[in-house]
Design a protein around this ligand. Structure first.
Ligand code: GLY
Length: 419
């Protein structure tokens, strides 16, 4: 029996579960802990690997797909290494590509991956000179995982000093961080699968991290995404492969990483040159919500091929359409927001569109908000504009108190990714 458990509780995990369920059916796809909208969600403490193991044994699950980075960084792959249950993802050492910004930068440097110049620091005071030297035009990155709160993109000495103060307040004066050159351009996410020998890429996508229209306001976990990014030239694609993807694969092999999982390249394009900003060792959120509906292949088969080291036997096939995701959040997010508001309108969604739940819970048959990012609304269309129109049409059918969303998803004026 093919059965899988997905770890996580957001829109990404709903999209993953939905994709697995296409071939395995919902009764064989378990999500731990899941949310109010993912069928077959189970309340399991996912920080406790023994609890996950017991749940999987009791339900004859032999494959675990990990959504968020925390479980990978904490060593879930290592925990299950000699057990019958397979976990899809990198082990703790390889997960440092995301969990340690310094480790990742040193890896990029060692294997000639195109990236911004950087310096490593272990004490707040030591970075004062470079801030003056660069006029505060730089990026400061805390070394460890910080749920999106460890990266400061600065444009002035004051901003850079405030970033250092913030770091000091949270972690103390003796903290590992890096300072890197700021590259301004167009961001693109490229996500693929690896079996440690091959990397196969899904389509391109673009995330919208800031809260407000025009890319203003605080960073969030993602306010929307679309895929594919139109008009990425063949020349740029080849440069991305040559300067980022291939040297990364060479590094994974040379370091002998135990890495059978998802790899995410966060790329900045400037003057038609790609630079790697970061690796993630898992699917992006909300990118997953627009990537998986476009993927025609059976996800379970892809994962099995990765685990057996035969990813090269698979050719990915994609739908010919564009997909757009508008995220509905609770007013106040990413700071303080309220929960427990009734979500209306979910029964009226058109069959061509998809809804992936994030911060929701179901109580006595009623769907309630239960987090900052609440619902992902996915539209599909022959053009990006059509996909966006379709997504916003469905957004207008949904309502909960203090609901908020960006109105300009997919409308960014990219400078180098022209369309
Ligand atoms: N969308 C960015 C991330 O998942 O990290």
């Amino acid at each position: 029996m093919k059965k899988t458990a997905i770890i996580g509780s957001g829109g990404r995990e709903h999209a993953l579960a939905w994709k697995f369920a296409q071939t395995l059916t919902w009764k064989n796809v378990f999500t731990l802990p899941g949310n109010g909208g993912i069928p077959n969600s189970h309340s399991v403490d996912t920080k406790n690997f023994t609890e996950i193991e017991n749940f999987c044994k009791n339900n004859e699950i032999d494959l675990i797909f990990v959504g968020p980075e925390q479980s990978l960084a904490a060593g879930i792959v290592d925990y299950f290494k000699d057990k019958d249950i397979k976990v899809f993802g990198p082990d703790k050492e390889a997960a440092k590509l995301e969990a340690s910004k310094i480790f990742a930068k040193q890896f990029m440097q060692k294997y000639g991956v195109a990236t911004a110049d950087f310096k490593i620091f272990k004490n707040i005071d030591d970075a004062k000179n470079i801030i003056e030297e660069k006029n505060g035009n730089l990026v400061i990155k805390f070394d460890g995982l910080a749920a999106g709160k460890g990266v400061f993109v600065c444009s002035s000495v004051d901003e850079a000093n405030s970033a250092l103060q913030e770091l000091e307040k949270t972690y103390g004066k003796n903290v590992n961080f890096l300072v890197e050159d700021k590259i301004s351009g167009d961001e693109i996410s490229i996500i693929g699968f690896t079996d440690g020998k091959t990397i196969k890429l899904l389509q391109t996508s673009q995330d919208h991290k800031q809260l407000l229209d025009g890319d203003k306001g605080p960073n969030t976990g993602g306010m929307g995404a679309y895929s594919p990014v139109p008009n990425v030239s063949n020349e740029l694609t080849e440069k991305i492969r040559k300067k980022i993807i291939r040297p990364t694969l060479q590094g994974i092999k040379a370091e002998n990483f135990n890495y059978k999982g998802v790899i995410y390249f966060g790329i900045m394009v400037k003057n038609n040159e790609p630079y790697l900003l970061e690796y993630n060792v898992r699917f992006g959120d909300p990118e997953t919500e627009v990537l998986l509906p476009a993927l025609k292949n059976d996800l379970y088969e892809i994962v099995k091929k990765c685990i057996s080291g035969n990813l090269d036997e698979i050719n990915f096939e994609f739908e010919d359409d564009y997909f757009a995701d508008v995220v509905l959040v609770s007013g106040g997010y990413p700071k303080k927001y309220d929960k427990d508001y009734v979500i209306n309108g979910l029964d009226n969604i058109s069959k061509e569109s998809l809804i992936f739940h994030a911060g929701t819970k179901k109580e006595s048959g009623v769907m309630l908000t239960n987090g900052g990012r609440v619902i992902n609304v996915i539209g599909r269309g022959k053009t990006l504009n059509k996909a966006l129109d379709n997504a916003y049409k469905e957004v207008n059918k949904i309502y909960f108190k203090n609901m908020f969303f960006r109105e300009d998803i997919g409308k960014r004026k990219n400078k180098y990714l022209k369309f």
